[in-house]
Design a protein around this ligand. Structure first.
Ligand code: TXA
Ligand code: MG
Length: 330
């Protein structure tokens, strides 16, 4: 089995037949991409070592980078992890939704070892997308699912994005249209009993901090980078270079605008004309892909990006933009 496995990737529709076909493929150890409210996930049976190995092969994902496990409800989470009273309260308030909790793995959880990369913790979330929930119910078990894109590339927010990156490498994609949130889930862990924000995402950090009655959540210490091994600096990489915090596009640059700012003369797209951060998050990955293609077509080596406020969903947007702009080792 290699990442270069060539096959026909089937598109399944948002119907009972589509959902049951997807569940059947997953039971047979195959990979099925499915929509969540954040981004599309690349699903596999989280208890099946071989199926999980296929995720890493299809994505070209480093083996030390653990996967998020998707479950249907809090009860299913409790079967896999030690859910502390604090985590329980968060789950009751924010699940289903774009919050992933990193919790101690329960002995006897019987998850494939690669799911957790041997960390002793497991990342869990209950997705809010109705099709994801129907799939989890039909499958009847935990689904390991990273974002359904080749490792280091932009996450997919529709079926076409999934096929663009993984077509021919996975058995099927369940089509749920465009993702509503558009950036991945917020990841919260605990270090020495204190909550730590491991990744900004679709649940605003301010909302989480408020749930704890504190002004702001801690972020991991540099030496604790191992607790979020997927947070590689260069990620979400388009082909063009990104120039962040740009007031306006320079000559020969493509332009990713936010709000009613200046128009460029070259290719350009606006994350949100009215400066709405939720709209900008929902459009971010699609616009990055489309503008990258336009930039290549028009010979622009750089995409200039307008400043986005560092509040609410803006934090997740800026985090993804900074990773997309980071130097890469290719
Ligand atoms: O919205 C999302 O979270 C999407 C959808 C499909 O649910 N999934 C997603 O998965 O973004 P992925 O694999 O692209 O990102 C998972 C992140 C990685 O940064 C990984 O390192 C981290 O979760 N992670 C997984 N298990 C962990 C653990 N036990 N401890 C710390 N971080 C963990
Ligand atoms: Mg990802």
């Amino acid at each position: 089995m290699t990442g270069a496995e060539v096959r026909n990737t089937v598109s399944l529709t948002d119907t009972d037949r589509g959902v049951s076909a997807a569940a059947g493929l997953l039971r047979a150890g195959e990979l099925v991409a499915f929509p969540t409210e954040t981004v599309y996930g690349l699903g596999a049976d989280a208890r099946d070592e071989r199926a999980v190995a296929r995720i890493f092969a299809a994505k070209g994902r480093p083996l030390h980078n653990p996967l998020i496990v998707h479950v249907s409800d809090l009860g299913a989470a409790q079967a896999l992890a030690e859910v502390s009273p604090v985590a329980d309260a968060l789950a009751r308030r924010f699940w289903p939704g774009p919050l992933t909790l990193v919790l101690p793995l329960r002995p006897g959880a019987r998850l494939a070892e690669r799911v957790t990369a041997g960390l002793g913790t497991v990342a869990l979330r209950v997705p809010a997308h109705s099709l994801a929930r129907r799939l989890l119910d039909a499958f009847g078990g935990p689904l390991a699912a990273p974002s359904a894109n080749p490792s280091g590339r932009v996450s997919p927010t529709c079926r076409a994005h999934v096929l663009d990156g993984l077509g021919g490498r996975i058995a099927a994609v369940l089509d749920g249209g465009d993702c509503r949130v558009g950036v991945e889930s917020t990841i919260l862990g605990f270090q020495n009993g204190r909550p730590v924000l491991l990744r900004t995402g679709g649940l605003a950090a301010e909302t989480l901090a408020e749930a704890f009655g504190i002004a702001a959540l801690d972020t991991p210490e540099a030496e604790a980078a191992v607790t979020a091994p997927g947070q590689l600096a260069s990620h979400y990489a388009p082909r063009a270079r990104l120039r962040l915090e740009a007031r306006e596009p320079g000559a020969g640059e493509a332009w990713l605008a936010f709000g009613p700012g200046p128009q460029g003369r070259g290719p350009g797209l606006n994350l949100s004309e009215r400066g709405d951060l939720a709209e900008a998050a929902a459009r971010l990955f699609g616009h990055l892909r489309a503008l990258d293609a336009l930039a290549a077509e028009r010979g622009c080596a750089t995409i200039a990006v307008a400043p986005v406020p560092e509040t609410g969903l803006g934090r997740a947007i800026n985090d993804r933009l900074r990773r997309a702009a980071a130097p890469r080792g290719e």
